[in-house]
Design a protein around this ligand. Sequence first.
Ligand SMILES: *Cc1c(COP(=O)(O)O)cnc(C)c1O
Length: 374
Amino acid sequence: MIPYGHQKINNDDIEAVVSALKSDWITQGPLVKEFEDKISEYCGSKYAVAVSSGTAALHCAYYAAGIKNGDEVIMPAQTFIATSNAVLYLGAKPVFCDIDLETCNIDTSLIEGLITKKTKAIVPVHIAGEPCNMDEILKIADKYNLVVIEDACHALGSEYKGKKIGSISDMTVFSFHPVKSITTGEGGVICTDNKEYYNAMCNFRTHGISQQEESERKIKEPWYFEMQDLGYNYRITDFQCALGKTQLSKLNNFIEKRKKIAKYYNDTLKNINGLVLPAFNNSNTSSLHLYIVRVDKNIRREVFTKLRGAGIGVQVHYIPVYHHPYYRKNGFDNFSLHNTEKYYETCISLPIYPDLKQKDQDFVIEKLKDFIYD
Ligand SMILES: *Cc1c(COP(=O)(O)O)cnc(C)c1O
């Protein structure tokens, strides 16, 4: 099977992990901070907090933003369920905004219409790595005093108008799951320039134990530590961060490889009747996490099934969040968004990853053409 995404692990990655395992530290050692520093340097943020997954990172960021019971958070439904689930963890409510059909990103012209007194934050998701219209989102957030948290799990290495994703809004969340730009096995990180958010997230990832204050009591009882709020164990390990460091050093090279693959798809698949290629904004640079094409909804199922049958691990990104039975049962029973549905009915993600071989890509292209014309 040719998968739609795959990690690239080399000897230097393996050696770095082995060497971390042989050190005194297995979990919270020096490599966590070293990895965080490398990430914030790469992304152009003051701080970075590394945690156990992208989902944990979303939970930390939402918590730091002060999202709580009864609050509303505006986001697209064309995303992975974690974007929305982490809002539910805090007792808040996701408010789903429709998307722009060209990019599959949040349609910024619809955001203001969804803002209420309860709205706390906007969560844009950079689908496939293509940045959302951040200027517009920041303008709206500024006007209504909302926090902006980017779900950039697809977009490590993407740029928006010359700025790296991770340096633009209040907080930016990345994932290091194996299909993403780089991997730590499981893992995630939040970039921010805000010291208060940074401190809140450091505490939240380790049970809510204060990492900052030196209390009076600690002077009398040197073993004393203080839990000030309810947190979780969202720590990432040192050996994962060893992998993260070597992976990050190769990120630009990985993205170059993805760009070549995307360009080849663009060149060989253009002008095919019934096939819509992904849209790229020329002033942005995409990390090209996914390559999503669209076909007529009447043939999508057949094309998908035949590609799978030919050993091509195509995927559908995404089933709208509100389709899931849990959401249907919890307030979204008759909910529907026009473009979100339209996108969902027609999309297919083709294989794209640094090690995708030319002959495999040619095979994908050949089969896709065959099955569309069948
Ligand atoms: C992968 C992903 C997540 C979750 O990240 P994990 O590391 O798997 O927890 C959240 N949002 C989006 C858009 C993702 O692609």
